[in-house]
Design a protein around this ligand. Structure first.
Ligand SMILES: *Cc1c(COP(=O)(O)O)cnc(C)c1O
Length: 354
């Protein structure tokens, strides 16, 4: 694939104070764009100066929510080189999301080339302070200029990048999570396994309610029986119950996280099995009552590992592991971020240097 590059004639000054970066607030000088229509397929791959988009007011995405996205990071190693973590997994997941929403799929090699060439061009934006990274946001939307409801004939794929600060400024602080038993995020047969904007729109109300009560995220139950644990906010979730590591199995309504997969594969390499099974909220509540819930943590690209210190269910508050990070959570965090930052040997072939 031949990617045409138009350099930004007015590059911005790069941020010097990485402690003020936050998440997704400033963007690099360029973006990658790729256009699709049903006659020509994918065409005109290009890197252009970062700018606002101009779309028709009837564009499909604005009315019917045809949108999918990915999130991954590029990390600066101590030797100055920049590397990505398991980008092929994001590429494959994006194609699965596209299939679910009737958006066009992309050849894996072309998408990998786009990621590598784009990150190579923007690599000076990758901060080097501990915990920082260059967050990459590939996304795609349906862009037909008509109000008819059908699979789209026009789509745009774009990659933007944003230098992001450390998720943890003062060590891995455990978070407070509320178990949501009213709203549901997704149902089997729906779009739960696809990374699409609509899932987020549907989860905002519960998230807001939890925040008003002092909780940082909600823990979702399954959409059919509201009985089985699914995931927490925009992270997958894992528990250590009486020595057993448990994570909800992928039933179709749960997002198949790459951090989740990496935790499972990493633990397996150390001889520790993870049970991917149904876990009911009653079983979890019982484990919290009798003290057999040893650790709980969320896992996702943004935080990597996010220890859970308190869970609230039907007005009962349960404190987990004295509201401290557990041994296994800490070990997973150190090991996986170690590979991401190039401090720990990558025995798995997860790293792609740009
Ligand atoms: C992206 C996402 C995750 C985590 O996936 P990672 O690939 O580990 O970043 C979990 N749940 C939801 C709903 C997500 O959107």
């Amino acid at each position: 694939m031949d990617i045409k590059v138009t350099l930004n004639p007015n590059p911005k000054a790069k941020p010097t104070d990485t402690s003020a970066l936050g998440f997704g607030q400033i963007f690099t000088d360029h973006m990658f764009r790729w256009t699709w229509n049903s006659e020509e397929g994918w065409h005109n791959p290009r890197i252009v100066p970062f700018e606002n988009l101009s779309i028709h007011p009837a564009s499909t995405v604005l009315h019917y929510g045809s949108e999918i996205f990915e999130g991954l990071k590029a990390y600066r190693r101590a030797d100055g080189k920049v590397q990505m973590f398991r980008p092929i997994e994001n590429i494959r997941r994006m194609n699965n999301s596209a299939e679910r929403l009737c958006l066009p799929q992309m050849p894996e090699e072309d998408l990998m080339q786009a990621l590598v060439e784009f990150v190579r061009l923007e690599q000076d934006w990758t901060p080097s302070d501990k915990g920082t990274s260059l967050y990459l946001r590939p996304f795609m939307f349906g862009n037909d200029e008509s109000l008819g409801v059908h699979a789209v004939h026009n789509a745009e794929f774009i990659i933007i990048a944003s230098p992001v600060g450390s998720y943890y400024k003062e060590g891995l602080n455990p978070v407070k999570i509320m178990i949501e038993d009213q709203d549901v995020r997704a149902v089997r047969g729906g779009t739960g396994y696809a990374k699409c904007g609509g899932n987020y729109a549907a989860s905002n109300r519960a998230g807001e309610r939890a925040e008003q009560q002092g909780y940082s995220q909600v823990l979702w139950l399954d959409g059919v029986e509201r009985k089985y644990i699914e995931e927490v906010g925009a992270m997958n979730v894992m528990f250590k119950i009486n020595g057993e590591i448990v994570t909800p199995k992928l039933t179709g309504s749960i997002l198949p996280g790459i951090t989740r997969k990496s935790c499972i594969e990493f633990l397996k390499s150390e001889g520790i099995e993870v049970s991917e099974r149904l876990l009911s909220v009653e079983e979890l509540a019982q484990a919290m009552t009798d003290g057999t819930l040893e650790e709980a943590w969320g896992c996702g690209t943004a935080a990597v590992i996010s220890p859970i210190g308190e869970l609230c269910y039907k007005d009962h508050k349960y404190i987990i592991n004295n509201n401290e990070i557990g041994e296994l959570s800490q070990h997973l965090y150190d090991s996986i971020t170690g590979i991401q930052w190039g401090e720990v040997e990558d025995k798995f072939g997860w790293i792609v240097e740009v």
